[in-house]
Each structure stands twice: as C-alpha cells, then as structure tokens.
Write a protein that binds this ligand. Structure first.
Ligand SMILES: Nc1ncnc2c1ncn2[C@@H]1O[C@H](COP(=O)(O)OP(=O)(O)OP(=O)(O)O)[C@@H](O)[C@H]1O
Length: 402
C-alpha cells in the first residue's frame, strides 16, 4: 500500500489538483478513479446542496438535523464514516485537519493510520505538520507538476513587519464593546450555551477556543447580529442592549470581520485599491470616488502586505492566500472597535500563516481595536492576552476565562 502527501501553497486550486489525480494526469501516481473517494469541504458542500435542492439526506441519514446547521467537525466525521462504508481503494483527503478540534484531529489521525493498512491515502496539504507519519512519498506541487518535496523552515515568523497604518479618522472608542450576562442558547432540546458571562473590553486581544460543536459560531453570530438567538437575552453590544432598537447595520459598522468563507462571496471585479478603501465605507464595492487620503491609506496597507505594485490588479486574479490577506487588511483598515477573525489561517500554507500571525500580533499592539480570534489550531507565535474557552456538557457549554 503506497501513501502520498502533496504539499501545496495557497495559490493551488485543490479541486483542479484532485481532478488531475482522478484523471491520472501525473505519472508519479496511479489510481483507479472508480474506487477513489475525495474527502474535502467541496464534497461536504455537494451534500449540503443536494439536501437543500432535492431534500435528499445522504451522509446524515441517521440525524434529524440538516447538514448545513451542523458544526464543521460534525460534518467531517459524518463524511468519513459514510465514505468508509464504501470500501474505497484510495482516498484523496484535502486539508483534512482544517476546522477540527484537537480531539477530533487525534480521532482522524488514528482512523487514517488504521485504514492505511487497507486503503491507499493521498493527502493534499497546505501545512507540512499535518502529513501523516505513515506517508511514503512527499511531493511539492509546483506549476502543475509534482516535484520531490523540499522541506522549508515551517515555523519561522517574519523578522519584522512594516508599521500598521493608522486610521484616517480616529472616532472615540465605545466604553463597552460586548457583554454577555447569563446567556443560554438551545436549538430545540439541544442545549448549546449555558450561562455565558463574558465581557470583551476595548483594546483587548482574546482568543476564543472550544471543541467542535461547543458553540463558538453561535456565540460569534450573536455578536455580529446573524443569529436571532441574541434577542431576548441579556446581551449588550457597544453600550446598547440587544433588541433595544439598534439595527444590524449599526452593529456591523463597529465590527471588522474576516473569515476565509468570505473570500468566495466576492466576485472580485474591483481593484485591490478599491477593495481596501471599501473597508473604510463598510461597503462591498466602491460607489464614490476615493479621496487622495484614502488612496494613500490603501497604498500603505498594500506596502505592508508586499503588494504595493499591484494596486490596480483585480481582486479575482489573486491567489487564494493573497485574497485572504487583502480581505483581512480590509477588515482592519478603519481600526474598528472590534475585529473578529474567524479561523483566519484555515487553508493558508506555512509561510502565509506565519506572516498572518505576525500581522495580527503587530496590529494588536499598534491599534486600539479589540481582537477576537477564533481558532482550533494553536497558532505558533500568536500572542493573545486572554483566552475564553467553551467547555461542553449536557447542559450546554460554559465558558472559562484565562
Ligand atoms: N439551526 C440549528 N439547529 C440545530 N442545531 C444547531 C443549529 N445551529 C447549530 N446547531 C448545533 O449547535 C452546536 C454548536 O454549533 P456551532 O456551529 O456554534 O459550534 P462551533 O463551536 O462553532 O463548531 P465548529 O468548531 O465545529 O465550527 C452544534 O452541535 C450544532 O450542530
């Protein structure tokens, strides 16, 4: 049984690479397409789509809950269990550990080791440390070809980073940002959050952690206004009680938000300069002519990201990793009272993740924004001041501060 890891950078289209493997375009790897299964978020999205369009439950037949509402870890476990019932000869796994908590990562690692005696495994990975120990051959995928793997220095943070550009307008910071007071949430009989008491004060750097399904997204969505569970609860956002007449727009104006999922939502016909300036206006595109000061501001951020020569390039032409950096800078550009980074390094390769961590650390020191960083993967070198951990139980998760 042969097992292969293919290390890729952010620019690689993983669908294309997986299709190439399934069509046997690489002389280094031969597989039988009919006996091969693809384990990836695209596969999960396909099943979500089938369930929504055709009301067809496939991987979650045993559950009453729609796949779409399940947490990322819950979905991945179901997919793996479903695929293993089909006895594949080969499995291609694309970044299998992304979005998984430590326990589920261990479960998956053990499971892969166990099935590797019977199934040939091909791992497509952006992070070197995710490669399974049983892998026989490592490749890099460069310019459409598989080449022998060269190990770089995966753990090296950039030595220095240019100063964080300060905002054009420096509005007074609200005295209070987010206060949860005895907040509990259930979906039907399922208790998710139990008695959450948590305050995020201005100019603090928090990381929010907790196992898959512990309620991190539920908590975040109550802050961003995307979850109606926030109403009727003792939750104060930016000094106003939730449900006291504030609009979602009022709240969103005070929040900068980045999650890798956002990148796909932007068609990307805007230039990088306009993408960044739109972050000052909280708009998707740019509907007014930017001022000289705003253009200057965008230029400084592009310099920080090493993209100053690309100001007029279209967002859609960037690699995935560069798109994420631009979207992050767009969330940071006006130094909002609260910056939310939701599993921001998912899918980034080692060197981009290192740059990202250095950027967030620098921003936390040079900005008055409070940062809420949600992650499963302890990101080497990240320097949050506080951690809020959700610990699940039958009564829902309670929170512990440290
Ligand atoms: N609309 C819904 N109906 C039923 N259950 C739901 C709904 N939305 C979320 N849940 C459940 O609530 C729990 C918490 O989900 P949530 O997405 O907040 O967890 P999470 O900590 O963000 O998970 P992950 O780290 O895997 O993304 C999960 O068990 C999920 O299945």
């Amino acid at each position: 049984m042969e097992h292969t890891a293919i290390l890729i950078d952010n620019s690689v289209n993983t669908n294309k690479l997986a299709n190439g493997l399934l069509n046997n375009v690489f002389k280094e790897i031969y597989l039988k397409p009919h006996n091969t299964l693809l384990f990836s978020t695209q596969t999960i999205d396909h099943y979500i789509d089938l369930e929504e369009r055709l009301e067809q439950k496939i991987i979650n037949k045993s559950s009453a809950q729609p796949l779409k509402t399940m947490s990322s870890g819950e979905r991945k476990k179901l997919l793996l269990e479903y695929q293993l019932t089909h006895n594949p000869e080969t499995m291609i796994l694309v970044n299998p550990y992304d979005n998984l908590d430590a326990a589920t990562q261990r479960y998956l690692k053990d499971k892969l080791t166990q099935i590797s005696t019977k199934i040939s495994i091909i791992e497509i990975l952006t992070r070197f440390k995710d490669a399974s120990t049983f892998i026989d051959q490592h490749y890099n995928y460069i310019d459409g070809k598989l080449v022998p793997f060269v190990k770089g220095d995966q753990n090296k943070l950039p030595l220095s980073i240019a100063p964080i550009p300060q905002p054009i307008d420096k509005p007074a910071l609200p005295k209070e940002l987010v206060i949860f007071n005895e907040v509990s949430v259930s979906y039907g009989s399922k208790k998710v959050l139990n008695n959450i008491c948590w305050e995020i004060k201005p100019n603090t750097f928090w990381q929010l952690i907790g196992p898959n399904g512990s309620g991190k997204s539920t908590l975040l969505n109550m802050i961003t206004g995307d979850n109606p569970m926030g109403y009727g609860q003792d939750l104060c956002l930016f000094g106003a009680k939730k449900g006291s007449g504030e609009s979602v727009w009022d709240i969103k104006k005070k929040i900068g938000y980045f999650s890798p999922h956002m990148v796909d939502k932007f068609a990307g016909y805007h230039s990088l300069e306009h993408m960044l300036i739109s972050g000052i206006h909280d708009s998707v595109g740019l509907y007014t002519i930017p001022t000289v000061m705003q253009k200057n501001q965008a230029k400084k951020w592009l310099h920080l990201l090493g993209m100053e020569h690309r100001a007029q390039e279209h967002f859609r032409n960037l690699s995935n990793g560069d798109k994420r950096l631009i979207m992050t800078a767009r969330a940071m550009i006006k130094h909002p009272p609260l910056l939310i980074l939701d599993e921001p390094t998912v899918g980034l390769d080692d060197s981009s993740a290192n740059f990202f961590v250095a950027l967030v650390n620098a921003y936390s020191k040079q900005s008055k924004s409070a940062i809420l960083y949600v992650n499963h993967r302890p990101e080497l070198g990240l320097e949050p001041q506080f951690t809020y951990e959700l610990l699940p139980s039958n009564q829902g998760s309670h929170g512990v501060e440290s």
